[in-house]
Design a protein around this ligand. Structure first.
Ligand SMILES: Cc1cc2nc3c(=O)[nH]c(=O)nc-3n(C[C@H](O)[C@H](O)[C@H](O)COP(=O)(O)OP(=O)(O)OC[C@H]3O[C@@H](n4cnc5c(N)ncnc54)[C@H](O)[C@@H]3O)c2cc1C
Length: 379
């Protein structure tokens, strides 16, 4: 059994880490305060090749593995969750369907520029009345001689107002629950596409999140990803990667919160000694570090298994569940160590606390994940 990284994985981790230390960490508080999309850093991520890590050289990618992708997510999230979330959306959910099911023309027109960071691709599944229960979506896709007509309203769409193209979940068969869902490519310039209101959020404030409205939006038959009736199955095909990716983001946030708390505990003096010298504080930090390392083992192993082509939904769900809960506990622990200063906007502890909540949602809530793990245990 080998728990080490390859040379390529080590190299990637250290190069992303130095980008994060040099350019991302100094900008993170301002991005959050101003609640603005970090466009410059996003474009830089494109120039550095981050969007193409998972894709083959034919489309401008570098053909890296899932462990590399996990390491990149972790490092970016250590610096700024808003940037990290935008980058991973582009790398995975926003572009995967074009790569796997798009026509060659769609790949050249959308995937290739998205890998360079020149176009933005996002996913629109959630609706006002359908979050965890994707089978309850009401957006419809009706066949219309040479294509489909889409009608419905999506919400919580990451980067909706910036997107050039959307992967949209819609029902081709409204009676068939999950099995009636298909995934479609919708370009922003199609008649019938409009963007609704942006949602004001408590965390990941540099990440735009808004509505996509489809009013009799006509698309050609080629814009159906895969065969009709296979949308949900195809989505399942990237669900493990999505969960591992959310776990990786959790590792980065946990590390950032832990690093900040350790530094503060060594500097803050009460009763004539650094608070790190009180066992109550040092043991809390020891627990936080232990939880973080345990989450790393789960997330890296789940990513490594995907690279071995061994699909394990139970492990990927466990990795996301454990790591996202860990990130919230570590951010909470850090906030307690900072005490009043954990409440002050001047320190980063409050940002980690707010941003960590996002990790509990995408890729399945903890309640839903526990249900999936229990199901996989045949309970
Ligand atoms: C910052 C951010 C960005 C997002 N980006 C996107 C995006 O780009 N595209 C997109 O499509 N969506 C996106 N989402 C939406 C996200 O995927 C959903 O919020 C998530 O699926 C949960 O849905 P919900 O909020 O409607 O909660 P609900 O499904 O309504 O859940 C409410 C509560 O009920 C519990 N619950 C629900 N079902 C069960 C069950 N079967 N068993 C036990 N408990 C259950 C949940 O755990 C939760 O506690 C984003 C959300 C956020 C916050």
């Amino acid at each position: 059994m080998d728990f080490g990284f390859t040379q390529d994985q080590e190299l990637l981790k250290s190069s992303v880490a130095s980008f994060v230390d040099r350019e991302v960490i100094p900008a993170a508080a301002r991005i959050d305060e101003e609640g603005r999309f970090p466009g410059e850093l996003f474009r830089k991520a494109g120039e550095l090749g981050y969007f193409g890590i998972r894709y083959p050289g034919t489309y401008g990618g570098s053909g890296g593995d899932n462990v590399m992708f996990a390491l990149m997510c972790e490092e970016l999230a250590r610096g700024c969750m808003s940037l990290a979330a935008s980058v991973v959306m582009q790398c995975l959910m926003g572009t995967s369907f074009v790569h796997r099911f798009g026509t060659e023309k769609q790949r050249q027109q959308l995937l290739v520029p998205a890998i360079r960071g020149e176009k933005i691709g996002v996913i629109a599944m959630t609706e006002p009345d359908a979050g965890s229960d994707l089978g309850a979506i009401t957006t419809s896709a009706c066949r219309d001689h040479d294509g489909y007509v889409l009608k419905g309203r999506k919400t919580w769409v990451t980067n909706a107002s910036l997107a050039d193209f959307f992967t949209v979940a819609a029902k081709t068969d409204p009676e068939a629950g999950f099995r009636g869902i298909d995934m479609f490519l919708v370009e922003k310039e199609r008649p019938g596409v409009s963007i609704g209101k942006d949602i004001a959020k408590m965390g990941v404030r540099g990440l735009g999140t808004g509505e996509l409205i489809l009013e009799d939006c006509r698309i050609p038959a080629d814009n159906l990803f895969g065969k009709e009736g296979t949308g949900f199955r195809n989505l399942q095909g990237i669900l493990e990667e999505i969960r591992i990716m959310m776990g990786s983001l959790s590792l980065g946030l946990g590390q950032a919160a832990l690093d900040g708390a350790v530094r503060y505990a060594q500097e803050r003096v009460q009763f004539n000694r650094p608070i790190a010298k009180f066992q109550a504080i040092s043991h809390k930090l020891a627990d936080m570090a232990t939880q973080l390392e345990a989450a790393r083992l789960l997330v890296y192993r789940a990513a490594w298994l995907v690279d071995q082509d061994e699909r394990d939904m139970k492990l990927a769900s466990m990795a996301k569940l454990f790591a996202s809960e860990m990130a919230n506990q570590v951010a909470d622990g850090a906030s307690r160590i900072f005490a009043s200063y954990g409440f002050a906007m001047e320190y980063d502890a409050q940002r980690y606390f707010r941003d960590a909540r996002f990790l509990l949602l995408g890729g399945g809530t903890s309640e839903v994940l526990r249900g999936i793990i229990a199901y996989q245990m045949c309970l």
